[in-house]
Write a protein that binds this ligand. Structure first.
Ligand code: SF4
Length: 494
């Protein structure tokens, strides 16, 4: 039996996952590939890392001809090639491709390239299984993980040597060699038998979210103990393994819960809305007109595109601002950066003009907006004072919900705006994120803008931008409507 490197890693995470992958792959969860189809592939971390070891020869990937890839690798090694990218081997029961293989004296060094900002435990397993395979065919000297150095800040041309950090993991990779043969034997025996009897657990999400989730978790009721507010994952599984899954089970077994969890379970049972007007009023009294309802969208790049940008920095590229004046007038302002240039400076300038000089700035979960404004102040010292002054005026709309001034059974333990909004305004098309077109959540917005400069079909650009604007606009309109509803509640039957 031959396993690929990724199948071995899958098997390490969960035997059942490997069994299903081999015997019943149709049960995998569907994945969305919208971003891939809309955009050209960008300059990938793996491609760039090859420049650390220039003039190598690449083995072209051919899913129909792995043997050809292996043969080509052998030929390159035999003819004295010193650097090989995507070198392919089938040895010791494993098919593996080494990202970069570099001749070093009488042997070779393996470089595994990862887009993360550090070497993770599963990267070690990943490299260890490669070592197991490759060491049958060639002499290996060292194993390294090449990862992104997140303290690098780009100025001018990319400095590849600074962008990447190289960690020597040879010792730990060698230690892991001992366990690999028995792991492989166990996997082989397991695959020849019936589906392993493995229950759900922490392994379903660590180190990777398993793609058989839909299949294995379908017996879990909704809601369940897994929805309980801020309960540790280990505690949730402890309850589940004792057969306590639904809220009925939680009540019947008198499980000890904190105040929010109790409210969550009880309100789900009796369907009652909980309103505490003094809490809401106390919150609303902190807000001053004109009220600036404000929300950023950000993107991240593993490889910085602009000067003064770190890998994976949260880069604000868009905001929406609804301004509610004391006379009831509602204004809307917005900013969307140009996808081909650094949006930060023009965003700062427009934001400082758009936000009113006095009055509150309301955000939902304000720490994100405050953090990004701090980043912008660091980026543009000329505007530091004005930017940081904005942070003094923030009010967080999540507070009355966290304090249980308003709790709807449908929140189900979540105070995110995506849970609060549909519960407060059911069947309201104006406030329904699902009625939006291609961009329906922050992740969509982030991925879309990060790749917008790579859009294949430029005639789609206007539509994509409209969708980005509509999404962000809804974020701040939602805040306006939530604020209005809270005010109505306080004013009702005063
Ligand atoms: S969902 Fe969990 S139990 Fe099921 S195959 Fe994946 S890791 Fe294993």
């Amino acid at each position: 039996m031959i396993l690929s490197k990724s199948q071995y890693i899958r098997g390490l995470q969960c035997h059942k996952s490997l069994w299903l992958y081999k015997h019943n792959p149709d049960l995998r969860d569907a994945s969305s590939s919208q971003a891939e189809s809309l955009f050209n592939t960008g300059y990938q971390v793996g491609d760039l890392a090859k420049e650390l070891f220039p003039n190598g020869v690449e083995i072209a990937f051919d899913s129909d001809n792995f043997d050809g890839m292996i043969q080509k690798t052998k030929e390159l090694i035999a003819n004295g090639t010193e650097v090989i990218y995507e070198a392919a081997f089938k040895e010791n029961g494993i098919f593996a491709m080494a990202d970069i293989l570099v001749k070093n004296g009488d042997g070779w060094d393996i470089y595994e390239v990862k887009a993360s900002t550090g070497a993770k435990e599963y990267h070690i397993n990943d490299t260890a299984i490669q070592w197991h395979a490759l060491s049958r065919a060639i002499k290996l000297n060292h194993a390294y993980v090449v990862h992104i150095n997140n303290s690098y800040i780009r100025y001018g041309n990319l400095d590849i040597k600074e962008l990447f950090a190289i960690e020597d993991i040879t010792d730990i990779v060698l230690e892991r060699q001992e366990e690999i043969p028995s792991n492989l034997t166990e996997m082989e025996e397991m695959l020849q038998g019936n589906i392993p009897d493995i229950d759900i657990g922490g392994h379903c999400s660590s180190p990777h979210g398993c793609d058989f989730w839909g299949h294995c978790w379908k017996h879990i009721s909704n809601p369940s103990v897994f929805n309980l507010y801020r309960m540790r994952g280990s505690k949730k599984f402890e309850l589940y393994y004792k057969g306590i899954v639904s809220y009925d089970d939680v009540i019947e077994k008198s499980i000890s819960l904190n105040k929010t969890q109790r409210l969550q379970v009880q309100s789900y049972k009796d369907g009652n809305l909980t309103v505490d007007k003094p809490i809401i009023k106390e919150f609303l009294d902190t807000i001053e007109y004109p009220i600036n309802f404000f929300d950023f969208e950000t993107f991240q790049n593993a490889i910085p595109r602009f000067d003064n940008q770190r890998p994976y920095a949260q880069m604000p590229f868009q905001y929406s601002l609804h301004i509610l004046h004391e006379d009831g007038t509602l204004e809307h302002k917005e900013f969307l950066g140009d996808e081909n240039s650094d949006p930060r400076l023009s965003l700062i300038k427009q934001m400082l003009e758009d936000i009113t000089p006095t009055g509150s700035i309301v955000a939902y979960n304000q720490s994100f907006e405050i953090g990004r404004i701090e980043d912008l102040a660091n980026y543009a010292p000329l505007y530091e004072k004005e930017l940081l002054a904005l942070n003094e005026r923030f009010v967080d709309l999540i507070v009355p919900f966290r304090k249980k001034g308003y709790y709807h059974p449908d929140f189900n333990g979540s105070f995110s705006i995506k849970a609060v909004l549909p519960a407060m305004f059911p069947n309201d098309d104006e406030l329904d994120y699902k009625k939006l077109r291609s961009i329906q959540n922050g992740g969509d917005a982030m991925d879309t803008f990060a790749n917008l400069h790579l859009l294949k079909d430029k005639s789609k650009l206007d539509d994509v931008k409209k969708d980005l604007l509509a999404y962000c606009r809804l974020d701040t309109l939602a805040m306006v409507r939530i604020w209005e509803k809270l005010r109505e509640i306080v004013e009702e039957e005063k």
